[in-house]
Design a protein around this ligand. Structure first.
Ligand code: ADP
Ligand code: MG
Length: 329
């Protein structure tokens, strides 16, 4: 199978077939018709085998994740996704792998009404780069820079699931089979919070998606906004597996704060918008939790039980290295 057959078979018609695609896959470039009055919102993310996903990850899951992490970036901007391109580097043209990969990509693309409009195909170590394009009215786009003292800090879903799933894959922790499977799904098939991002337009003062862990990602909001934050660790939303894994409560909190790959949204909103935020989360069908407040100053402060100050943990990767040395599990 040559490069052109491969493209024609697997990628020529993938995702929603949109009327604003004047010319999609097959020419030298795509020709697209953005809606009048909106800005284009563009993001790109690359997944390298063994770095961004375990090498044993199923092809369908890789297809899902490659698009999901990009949709998550658009969600964090409050953008409506529309189109995407795919740069695929493959060690070989394996029909079964390509069919499964395209299937995972297609299901998520259709679910979000986005269309694959072009790409590039090359031979080399497995690497998938997806670029996604969407729209937002410029004044409604959610940025990292709008958090103000007094705003509440919120997160969607639960935190630390993907990091614990990865630790189980790597044999760093042992989990009951069903827990290991559920967390592996959280790692391999993140749910981009697109509807939530749209519902937060005009409400959230800032937003970011959680790819590197809450502590680090929230710090980007704080730096961009020129503010600080105080988080109440007892409010962190933890899945039952994460709670059960943490031998002590602070260990589970550290995982939730430092674990990457959850692709939940972290956002801020003024206290007067609390009820509207709750309605937006209900409308989007995603539970959201208020975990703290924005304060004047800079940097992240953590509080445990009885308001006791806690140190800010390192990223997930280092966290588990540390944990393993300290704890023979
Ligand atoms: P060119 O040599 O002009 O860059 P290519 O041979 O790379 O064109 O690609 C031919 C067509 O197939 C283009 O429209 C390109 O966007 C599309 N294409 C190539 N690879 C992919 C892919 N992996 N997914 C989607 N479209 C692709
Ligand atoms: Mg090309």
């Amino acid at each position: 199978m040559g490069e052109f057959d491969l493209i024609a078979r697997h990628f020529a018609r993938l995702g929603a077939q949109r009327r604003d695609v004047t010319l999609g896959v097959g020419d030298d470039a795509a020709l697209l018709a953005p809606p009048a009055g909106q800005h284009l919102v563009v993001a790109v993310d690359t997944l390298v085998a063994g770095v961004h996903f375990p090498t044993d990850t199923a092809a369908a899951d890789i297809g899902h994740k490659a698009l999901a992490v990009n949709l998550s970036d658009l969600a964090a901007m409050g953008a409506q996704p529309a189109w995407f391109t795919l740069s695929l580097t493959l060690p070989r043209a394996d029909e079964a792998w390509l069919t499964a990969f395209a299937g995972g990509l297609r299901a998520l693309a259709e679910a979000h009404g986005v269309q694959l409009v072009g790409g590039d195909t090359t031979r080399g170590p497995l690497t998938i780069s997806v670029q996604v394009l969407g729209f937002a009215p410029p004044e409604a786009a959610l940025r990292r820079s709008g958090a103000r003292p007094g705003d509440g800090v919120y997160v969607s879903g639960t935190l630390g699931d993907a990091a614990l799933g990865l630790a189980a894959v790597q044999g760093r922790v042992e989990l009951p089979g069903e827990s290991a499977r559920r967390l592996r799904t959280r790692l391999d098939r993140p749910t981009p919070r697109v509807a939530l991002g749209l519902a937060l337009r005009g409400l959230a003062t800032s937003a970011i998606d959680l790819s590197d862990g809450l502590a680090g990602d929230l710090t980007h909001i704080l730096a961009a906004s020129g503010v600080g934050a105080v988080l109440d660790c007892t409010a962190l939303p933890l899945a039952a597996e994460v709670r059960a894994w943490g031998e002590t409560e602070p260990a589970a909190w550290r995982l939730a704060l430092s674990g990457g790959d959850d692709y939940e949204l972290c956002f801020t909103a003024p206290p007067a918008q609390q009820a509207a935020v709750e309605r937006a989360c209900a409308q989007a069908g995603v539970p959201c939790t208020r975990i703290g407040s924005i304060v004047a100053g800079e940097g992240l402060q953590l509080r445990g039980r009885d308001g006791v100050p806690l140190p800010v943990p390192l990223r997930g990767y280092e966290h588990f290295a540390e944990e393993r040395d300290a704890d023979p599990r």
